[in-house]
Write a protein that binds this ligand. Structure first.
Ligand SMILES: *Cc1c(COP(=O)(O)O)cnc(C)c1O
Length: 373
């Protein structure tokens, strides 16, 4: 049996069942004044049903609320699930945009293929986001709210009620949205990283290149270990040699050298191909940096930081854009990059450059931003 169905096109038009009991303007204003990440959701959500026999059907925007699923649904037992992370940004003229949705749609389908979930037509993916953000546009923070945005979470789950171990014959694609405040309300501040030596995130041939819940479930124990060690995030090494730096639990890594060159771990199938990573590689090259994608060893990190040759380390992803990394800690030692406390020039410059494009403050010469409302 083929586990990979070809994209079937449902009419990408979403039916809108507006809820009569929307949050009041006052309530929305209250949430937007102090959004906590992923804690409060907008009034509506997007849903599309899939079955192997019928393809994608019934695209709809409905009231946000619990899904009713059979307890035997495949997702609960075998973790057949994928997701995406995106944002809607309000520009100064009031319009609302998102960033490179084609990249997220393509990655969603790569993840789906690995998890034996159905392919989703790109126009259905983008239209789900556009329809939801249109209906709930009041929830997109104002352009005057710094780096606030509406965080978008597309997901796909296997819903067939059956315990047989095989690709599900039913699935749901959905999108939910949650207002997100500035990632660093107190200003950009370097984080500390715990080096995971007992656990790996991904192995060759595994699911590391897919954005699936299972990878995150497996990163929670090492994350808890890192927190116990007083660190903010965990860095993972390759599974075979335990030598090559891969990435954090949910962010890619960049290493900046004194001569301005930048190294980022090459994509080997065990690293998640971040949209932010790809965009920063392009922007950094354009700004004159030599950007090298290659294997990067943990000793290069330790030795470079100790000698001062390595001047900046930063992590990147949609949620925080760029997070400077101050210290690396492992069992038996730690090393700081620079003074471990200040924000590097390259990180700050790339961060501002990317944010200016996303928020419409700089010309988008590459067609990266996509208007939603
Ligand atoms: C989502 C994710 C990233 C960052 O990807 P972006 O597209 O830049 O948001 C990096 N690593 C992992 C493991 C991820 O899940």
């Amino acid at each position: 049996m083929s586990t990979q169905s070809t994209p079937q096109s449902a009419d990408p038009q979403f039916r809108v069942d507006e809820r009569p009991d929307r949050a009041s303007g006052e309530r929305v204003a209250q949430v937007l004044a102090k959004p906590a990440f992923g804690a409060v959701f907008t009034d509506h959500m997007a849903l599309v049903d899939w079955s192997r026999a019928g393809g994608w059907v019934d695209p709809r925007i409905v009231a946000y609320g619990p899904l009713q699923l059979d307890p035997s649904a495949a997702v609960f037992h075998y973790g057949q699930e994928i997701f995406e992370g995106m944002k809607a940004y309000r520009h100064a003229d009031g319009s609302v945009w998102t960033f490179r949705p084609d990249q997220n749609a393509a990655r969603f389908n790569r993840s789906a293929a690995r998890l034996a979930l159905p392919q989703l037509p790109e126009e259905l993916f983008v239209e789900a986001i556009r329809s939801l953000v249109t209906v709930d546009q009041a929830w997109v923070p104002g352009a005057d709210q710094g780096e606030a945005s509406l965080y978008l979470r597309p997901y796909m789950i296997a819903t067939e009620p059956a315990l047989g171990v095989r690709p599900s014959n039913q699935a749901i694609f959905g999108v939910i949205a949650s207002p997100a405040g500035e990632y660093f309300p107190g200003g950009l501040k370097p984080v500390s990283i715990w080096l995971s030596e007992d656990y790996v995130r991904a192995a060759p041939g595994g699911t590391g290149g897919a954005k699936c819940g299972g990878n995150y479930a497996a990163s929670l124990a090492p994350m808890a270990e890192g927190l116990e060690q007083g660190c903010d995030q965990v860095a993972f090494l390759d599974a075979i040699e335990q030598k090559w730096v891969e990435e954090l639990g949910g962010m890619n890594l960049f290493f900046v050298y004194r001569d301005g060159s930048i190294v980022t771990p090459e994509l080997t199938g065990t690293i998640l191909e971040g949209v932010t990573r790809g965009s920063l590689i392009e922007l950094a090259k354009e700004r004159g940096h030599d950007v090298i994608e290659r294997k990067y060893s943990i000793d290069e990190w330790r030795d470079g930081a100790a000698s001062g040759d390595l001047v900046e380390v930063f992590a990147c992803g949609t949620a925080a854009v760029i997070t400077p990394v101050g210290t690396l800690k492992w069992r038996g030692g730690e090393v700081a990059v620079g003074d471990g406390e200040s924000v590097g020039e390259v990180a700050a410059d790339l961060r501002r450059t990317l944010l200016d494009i996303q928020y419409g403050r700089a010309d988008d010469t590459r067609g990266w931003v996509h208007r939603l409302v």
